[in-house]
Design a protein around this ligand. Structure first.
Ligand code: KIV
Length: 304
């Protein structure tokens, strides 16, 4: 792998017909593994709110949390382009504030680009960011920050009118200087047609093979979550089962006295008896667990 992927590489890859790979990452170890695997771009998605923080939507993620996770991912990568997602209401309230918040993701987080949701409505914001040197990846189709307005997690652009609006959104982002655009849950035919119309690459999620690249949430890819995962994801590993089985085996071993073994700690060997003798007769000076509990230590409501 030669050098760092840049936004320029994205454009070159599209021109060469080379498919772009992108995954989400939220922490150092997984970002490191994905980077070593050769993924072209890592997105600190606000999906963080759902797959890491356990919320039902992405709406609760803050700018400071995005900066915090972006730092870990940026520190882990040598190859992948690091793209930080702009959380809900960090870019919708005014262009100046949006530019300042995006700048923070680059300057304090170490990202090399930001992603934001929206199309024509975000054109001016994207233009200003690009003008001050902040590369922007757009995101249209199912935009999770608008999940309540959209009435749920549903495919977008099913009608001729809605599909035309998506194309206009994509063209507006390209015109504003975005280096790519995510198409989420867009019908295969619409995604393919939009991809053909743009100079910049489209990165699809649940939008079929006609996009110029693909992005998936890492947790869906490796099976780190409860349930079967979304329809659009292919599961390449079952890390969730591996972790659960490892934790259960650890509990069993500790309870049975099979862990730790001799190899997991240091023994004094021949010096042991002299050292232990210096500790006294082995009886505790005071029973730390007197029968009936410690009268000084009570739980809520005064229960011993
Ligand atoms: O937040 C996220 O992870 C995303 C991708 C799924 C595109 O926006």
């Amino acid at each position: 792998m030669a050098g760092r992927v840049t936004t320029r590489t994205f454009l070159d890859m599209k021109a060469r017909g080379q498919r772009i790979t992108m995954l989400t990452a939220y922490d150092y170890p997984t970002a490191r593994l994905c980077d070593l695997a050769g993924v072209d771009a890592l997105l600190i998605g606000d999906s963080l709110g759902m797959v890491v923080q356990g919320h039902d939507t992405t709406l609760g993620v803050t700018l400071e949390e995005a900066v915090y996770h972006t730092r870990m991912v940026a520190r882990a990568t040598e190859h992948a382009l690091v793209i930080a997602d702009m959380p809900f209401l960090t870019f919708q309230l005014g262009v100046d504030q949006a530019v300042a918040n995006a700048g923070r993701l680059l300057a304090a987080g170490g990202a090399q680009a930001v992603k934001l949701e929206g199309g024509q409505d975000m054109q001016e914001t994207v233009r200003r960011m690009c003008r001050v040197g902040i590369p922007v990846l757009g995101h249209i189709g199912l935009t999770p920050q608008s999940v309540h307005a959209l009435g749920g997690w549903r495919v977008q652009g099913r009608t001729a009118e809605a599909a035309r609006r998506l194309l206009d959104d994509a063209l507006a982002l390209e015109d504003a200087g975005a280096f790519g655009v995510v198409l989420e849950l867009v019908p295969v035919e619409v995604a393919e047609a939009i991809s053909r119309r743009l100079r910049i690459p489209t990165i699809g999620i649940g939008s079929g093979p006609g996009c110029d690249g693909q992005v998936l949430v890492l947790h869906d890819l490796v099976g780190l979550g409860e349930g079967p995962g979304p329809r659009h994801a292919r599961r390449y590993a079952d890390v969730g089962t591996a972790i659960r089985e490892a934790a259960a085996a650890y509990c069993r071993d500790v309870r049975q006295g099979d862990y730790p073994g001799a190899e997991h700690a240091t023994s004094l060997g021949a010096d042991a008896s002299a050292v232990v003798a210096a500790l006294g007769d082995g009886r505790p000076a005071r029973d730390p667990h007197p029968p009936g509990g410690d009268p000084e230590h009570r739980l809520y409501g005064g229960k011993p």
